[in-house]
Design a protein around this ligand. Sequence first.
Ligand code: TXA
Ligand code: MG
Length: 324
Amino acid sequence: MSAPANSQFFSNCTVDALDQAALALQKGSLIAFPTETVYGLGADATNASAVARIYEVKGRPSDHPLIVHIAGLESLESWTSDFPVYAISLARDFWPGPMTLVLPRSGMAKDFITGGQETVGLRVPAHPLALGLLHAFKKIGGQGIAAPSANRFGQVSPTTAQAVEEEIGKYLSPIDFILDGGPALVGVESTIIDCTGDSPRILRHGAITKEMVEESTGLEVVEEESDIRVPGTLERHYSPKAEVILDVMAEPGEGFIALSAIPTPKGAIRLASPSTTVEYARVLYAALRSADTQGIKKIAVIPPEGDGLALAIQDRLVRASRGR
Ligand code: TXA
Ligand code: MG
């Protein structure tokens, strides 16, 4: 993999590289790093000017809250002022993993992290490099790494280091790094669970499903709308440049994404043919990206049916299709 113009790539992430990246974080650098869901663009979550650079690089409105990534459950208390018992069940069962808990914030979670809200989003990611970086950062006094997905605002989240470089490489500076940990295993962003009420509420669907949350907590997940702002659920999001149309067969020359059981329409350009829902999630974003690289103008997508992870995929695709 070639080195990007502005930032540095660490392909073979040795302990040394992680220590170096942790030191860079401490000095205010941005570090793009792999997680099991998608790649994140990280900064020291207590450093206002470093976090401000995340917003610049992403081109993201500054009132959108960021998820703070922490090394483990033991770091939860410093970021929150209070948490319900069910949040501990969830954290025990699914961390490290593709789940973000929204909890009442402590004084450490400043407005530049929470977008001025009284809550903070926290997650322990399940990728060895992410965890390695978090532990290396903690060892030198770091409290947590604020990281949105490493894409420009409204675009498709990157699932490889190469995609990160293509998305934001030109906005990074020479003090920043991209850690390469291979393709993300889950492929869609974490499930976000609001833990500020008596029962958990899912704010964004992901690989940790409603059934899993109910099983872990013994509580019924609340379904009605909350007044918590979750900009990742903006109508227009996760959009490639190509137009995305759902539940139709592709015309000749158009891109086509569907489960492998569905044959490619004549003349269409097959972008992905995953055989399971899990694989669908894993390859979806790379498939959307590859349409743009190939200059394809329209992508016909047949989303997977069902709930659980399929719901997360359907949700992202509906938003991607509203992108134009
Ligand atoms: O899987 C993921 O969650 C990835 C990886 C990098 O961890 N991160 C991610 O971050 O998707 P981002 O910023 O692209 O999306 C996070 C979503 C945003 O929609 C944000 O509004 C919401 O989480 N969020 C963060 N803190 C929140 C809070 N305190 N209350 C409500 N929503 C919050
Ligand atoms: Mg995002």
